[in-house]
Write a protein that binds this ligand. Structure first.
Ligand SMILES: Nc1ncnc2c1ncn2[C@@H]1O[C@H](COP(=O)(O)OP(=O)(O)O)[C@@H](O)[C@H]1O
Ligand SMILES: [Mg+2]
Length: 319
């Protein structure tokens, strides 16, 4: 079996704030294999973006390990990280915020090549043309600026820029959540085509399980800084074992194609504060199956079936 492109091992990222320490990511272990799409799903505020940003070195981890192609990258300085940077790139929810409005698109796409000293000017120009074509933009549009494009086109520019350095892995953080429903499918299909053609791996982050279910090979479900279930896409969708996963599936409109027929669980209340999470199982305050044990003992993420990890004391009985 190949080695993972990206591995998190017991990763923690805590934010000290005036109101207390936010346990945004609190002990996550997860692998992304070469060419694999791992979906990361959970309610807003559960720590998904923090996990992605920590991998990218945009925020500092508190403890634990991040391996990129087997190389420990947590705690590396920006300059130490730079030579590894091409391997892993990120696409953000709001492409406009991440694209320099004063630069032409051609310049935006060329910049990472310049920073990393790649190619002659002519070779870079050729590469920029290639990138624009790859993401479905006319190369002649390279002289235009980000504001001259639609939201969907801007996300295409964001994708092209992420691909400029030929990464092995792209972290996609809610890449279609800000787009009109009408263009979402186009951008998702583009990402899937690029993955196939270029052999990319994705860590695909979304609060929307129906999107994640559509694109992923495996899915990791996150709740209040921790993973509660990890499984193959199909298994997770048809045989979820964690009550929180079941609740997320229940919230997907049953009219959507391939809707799961899992028994419905209604999710009530809000996500508790990550500053002072519930004792024992963090989900217990919203869990219809919670028992006394859940208050005192934190359930470990354990293998319940081939390739299916679940953190729930009651997962065996509640199948
Ligand atoms: N820079 C920050 N400082 C303090 N708290 C933060 C910061 N960024 C995010 N958080 C908090 O960390 C938690 C996880 O946030 P985030 O990773 O953005 O979740 P998600 O992407 O799943 O919505 C939330 O409670 C959020 O308010
Ligand atoms: Mg987020």
């Amino acid at each position: 079996m190949a080695d993972p492109v990206l591995s998190f091992r017991d990763l923690r990222t805590h934010y000290p704030t005036r109101g207390g320490v936010v346990l945004a990511v609190d002990g996550v272990s997860l692998d992304v294999m070469p060419g694999e799409t791992v979906g990361l799903v959970g309610e807003s505020g559960c720590g998904k973006s923090t996990l992605g940003k920590t991998a990218m070195g945009l925020v500092k981890s508190t403890s634990g390990s991040i391996l990129l192609d087997g190389v420990e990258i947590s705690g590396l300085s920006r300059s130490a990280l730079r030579p590894l940077r091409p391997k892993m790139q990120m696409i953000f929810q709001d492409p406009y915020a991440s694209l320099n409005p004063r630069m032409s698109v051609a310049r935006i796409l060329e910049e990472p090549l310049i920073v990393h000293g790649i190619g002659t000017a002519a070779e870079r120009k050729e590469r920029v043309r290639w990138l624009m074509e790859k993401v479905g933009l006319r190369p002649e549009a390279g002289s235009r600026h980000p504001h001259e494009f639609s939201g969907g086109q801007r996300q295409r520019i964001g994708i092209a820029r992420a691909l400029a350095l030929q990464p092995r892995l792209v972290i996609c953080d809610e890449p279609v959540s800000a787009l009109d429903v009408s263009v979402r499918a186009q951008v998702i299909n583009l990402l899937m085509d690029l993955k196939r053609e270029l052999g990319l791996a994705y860590l695909f982050i979304s609060h929307d399980l129906s999107v994640v279910e559509h694109v992923s090979d495996r899915i990791a479900v996150m709740y209040l800084g921790k993973l509660v279930e990890v499984a193959e896409r199909r298994t997770l969708w048809t045989q979820p074992r964690h009550p929180y996963t079941k609740a997320l599936i229940s919230a997907v409109p049953s009219t959507s194609p391939g809707a799961s027929s899992v028994g419905r669980i209604r999710l009530t209340g809000d996500l508790p504060s990550p500053i002072d999470p519930p004792s024992g199982c963090r989900f217990r305050t919203r869990c219809p199956l919670a028992i006394d044990r859940c208050t005192v003992e934190e359930p470990a993420l354990r293998t319940l079936a081939e390739g299916q990890l679940v953190a729930c004391h009651r997962a065996d009985e509640a199948a």
